[in-house]
Design a protein around this ligand. Structure first.
Ligand SMILES: Nc1ncnc2c1ncn2[C@@H]1O[C@H](COP(=O)(O)OS(=O)(=O)O)[C@@H](OP(=O)(O)O)[C@H]1O
Ligand SMILES: [Mg+2]
Length: 443
């Protein structure tokens, strides 16, 4: 196993592929031409863009590799880890909807499920295999809820789903562990998410962002970022239920599921689910569609470039916000929307799928104004901010300052709220509108 990130430069390449730590990546894994056909990608996006130049074709034409700057290897590992997390979470969500699994609550009364712990264990395991046991991971979950009489049964289900998922790691091009992980190993993997923040490099993980949406069968996200010297340098955002047709974002997933029962999507074609990726300085963001199989696994599709919307006229803009007004004041954003001249009704979506909507150009604005005293956590924003910025968007607090990821687990010093938009012109207008409405608001 490689001991540290510097060792990544020593990544070994051989005839079969390459490896990072003890993870082997087969040479022609997910970007074989067979997985690239329009049959499997479906009607991905009417705004689909030409293949990015960063997708290099090898001379034999049978193998494609992605080079995404200095963080290419980290991004590759992170994307695979999040894809595995998507598989795990989606299976648990199905079980919750079939009432075979349920959610519990944490000390702060927020929801937690087998998927929150399971995804954290899987992502942490993959990162440790790739970058060594001393990798620093700052993640949302701890193992308190897995202790005691009540916790032990949940823990058994977490261990089972983690092993179920890791046994299928080859779906994402990773080598499954040689034997099942034991309870102690799973607990250790989850606990690794409580590392101290490092000044050099720390991974930041929200294993299931938007847990409320998750248990309600709706949108949620798996968000993994990497912070280096206080700046987010890499982001991967898995959105397993993100619809191929963005207009479906307006509806709860239960309608989508109903429609899918009446007219099932053709097998092997993309209809929902994607993983967005980018790295600092790439100047681009990518989306990998997930083509779900009936057994809860998926086919990987080649990444394609996504970009923010070119719209800068507020009258044409769509703005998104959290579903729960406890998480962001709907009445305040209504006032801002009014004074900005936004005409469309707000798009209320659970989780960081809102960042995905901005990066993909499906919406132009995302605003979040939490109640006074609430401290935003870095894992709820890191991956989304990086992806939106690299896709051409802007993210600041309401004072127009970049979010500060250098102060530990929280976004310290945040001025009022978070504003995400597709461009600087629109962004300036939003900030002015927020200023104009602020003093008369009760926030
Ligand atoms: N009181 C309060 N105010 C502001 N924000 C809060 C608050 N409580 C929680 N959270 C964080 O919001 C995350 C969920 O954000 P969403 O945009 O998905 O909200 S919503 O569920 O659609 O309303 C949610 O992320 P998850 O815990 O991962 O679901 C929290 O980190
Ligand atoms: Mg969250």
């Amino acid at each position: 196993m490689l001991g540290n990130f510097d060792s990544l430069r020593e990544i070994s390449r051989n005839a079969r592929g390459w490896s990072v730590g003890s993870l082997a990546f087969p040479r022609a894994r997910s970007w074989r031409p067979s997985a690239v056909s329009s049959e499997t990608t479906g009607n991905i996006d009417s705004r689909a863009q030409p293949r990015p130049q960063c997708l290099e074709h090898n001379r034999d034409g049978n193998d494609k590799k992605i080079t995404r700057g200095v963080y290419a290897q980290e991004l590759e590992v992170a994307a695979r880890a999040v894809q595995l997390g998507c598989m795990l979470a989606q299976r648990v969500q199905e079980r919750i909807l079939r009432k075979e699994e349920n959610a519990g609550s944490k000390d702060d009364k927020s929801l937690v499920t087998v998927a929150d712990w399971g995804v954290q264990a899987v992502v942490s395991w993959v990162l440790s295999q790739a970058f060594g046991e001393e990798v620093s991971i700052i993640a949302e979950e701890d193992t308190k809820g897995l202790k005691g009489m009540n916790g032990i049964q949940t823990l058994q289900r977490v261990v089972a789903v983690v092993n179920e998922c890791l046994s299928q790691a080859s779906v994402v091009g990773l080598t499954p562990p040689s034997r099942k992980l034991g309870t102690i190993e799973v607990l250790r993997a989850i606990n690794k998410g409580n590392s101290e923040v490092r000044s050099s490099r720390s991974w930041v993980l929200d294993p299931v962002d938007g847990t409320l949406g998750f248990v309600r069968g709706d949108q949620y996200a798996i968000a993994l970022g990497m912070i280096e010297d206080g700046r987010v340098v890499l982001g991967v955002l898995g959105c397993p239920n993100y619809p191929m047709r963005p207009q479906w974002l307006n509806y709860h997933q239960k309608y989508y599921r109903l429609a899918s029962k009446i007219a099932p999507p053709p097998p092997g074609k993309w209809h929902k689910g994607c993983v967005l990726t980018s790295a600092k300085g790439a100047g681009q963001a990518w989306m990998e569609p997930l083509v779900w199989n009936s057994d809860g696994s998926f086919l990987l599709n080649p990444p394609r470039v996504v970009a923010v919307s070119p719209v800068d006229d507020p009258a044409q803009a769509t703005f998104c916000e959290p579903v729960e007004k406890a998480n962001s004041s709907h009445s305040f954003t209504e006032g801002v929307a009014d004074s900005l001249g936004l005409r469309k009704r707000p798009l209320r979506v659970y989780s960081m799928a809102k960042y995905a909507a901005i990066a993909r150009g499906d919406a132009e604005i995302f605003m979040k104004f939490a109640r006074a005293g609430y401290k935003e956590k870095i894992w709820d924003h890191a991956a989304g901010v990086l992806i939106v910025e690299e896709a051409g968007g802007v993210v600041t607090d309401a004072g127009g300052r970049p979010l500060d990821f250098s102060k530990g687990r929280y976004l310290e010093g945040l001025d009022r709220g978070i504003i995400v938009s597709c461009g600087t012109g629109l962004h300036r207008r939003i900030i002015s509108a927020v200023d104009a409405s602020w003093n008369s608001s009760k926030l």
